[in-house]
Design a protein around this ligand. Structure first.
Ligand SMILES: N[C@@H](CCC(=O)N[C@@H](CS)C(=O)NCC(=O)O)C(=O)O
Length: 229
């Protein structure tokens, strides 16, 4: 069986879990939390050369990086397709997936997650408020503004939810967990897209399965309950 090594609250692990759920692929999650010292197993670098999550194993096959893993799942389980067939739509979906990993994750979610959770709760480092303000004032308007403008219809590319939508929304789930609201007035299309994605069955199921971990970490999941109410 496919094993997904990582922790479901991680943006990139969730992305792979949602892709697997969307395709109906059976899998098991093997917990690995790299931000906790000594948590990863001794052979972790053999599974993930960067040390980051997620990685997968399937028999003797080993692969890391969420984009590579999702592309692999697409070839192994083509239906339902999560990548557009048409060349330009396909390229645009890949560009947005990359943007999600670079601009949204590295520029917004990763620094906020570290300042709000990893530093104070795991590493005993005080939260750097100036760093949070910098992200909120500089990165967020640029990144969320771009995403809002990029949405011409219900989905980022094509007529059905796909890899770009999953990659973006997975970041926004963690952004909400750590207590940052998506500004519906400034980013109305992105906020509506996020709600659509929370109702996308594979994303809804992934978020439902995360509940125990999210609650044990003291994160905020009121937005999920509010949507269900
Ligand atoms: N390009 C990688 C990025 C993976 C990544 O940044 N994972 C984060 C969690 S979402 C991680 O492992 N962070 C812990 C660390 O950097 O030590 C992918 O798409 O899988």
């Amino acid at each position: 069986m496919l094993k997904i090594h990582g922790v479901p609250v991680s943006v990139h692990t969730r992305k792979v879990i949602v892709a697997a759920l969307a395709k109906g692929v059976a899998f098991e999650v093997v917990p690995v939390v790299p931000v906790i010292p000594d948590n990863p197993p001794p052979n972790w670098r053999e599974l993930s050369p960067t040390g980051k999550i997620p990685a997968i194993t399937e028999g003797d096959f080993v692969l890391s990086d969420s984009s590579a893993i999702c592309a692999y799942l697409e070839r192994r389980h083509p239906k339902p397709a999560l990548y557009p067939a048409e060349a330009r739509e396909y390229a645009r979906a890949l560009a947005l997936e990359q943007y999600a990993g670079d601009a949204i994750f590295r520029g917004v979610v990763h620094p906020l997650f570290h300042e709000v959770f990893v530093h104070p709760k795991i590493r005993n480092i005080p939260t750097d408020r100036a760093r949070i303000d910098e992200v909120l004032q500089r990165a967020v308007p640029e990144v969320f503004g771009y995403l809002d403008r990029a949405l011409a219809g219900d989905w980022f590319v094509g007529a059905a939810p796909g890899i770009a939508d999953i990659a973006v929304a997975s970041n926004l789930v963690t952004h909400q967990y750590i207590g940052f609201e998506l500004d519906r007035v400034r980013y109305p299309r992105l906020a509506a897209h996020f709600e659509r994605m929370l109702r996308f069955p594979a994303m809804a199921e992934a978020v439902r399965r995360e509940r125990p971990v999210v609650e044990s970490m003291g994160l905020q999941r009121g937005f999920v309950d509010a949507l269900a109410a």
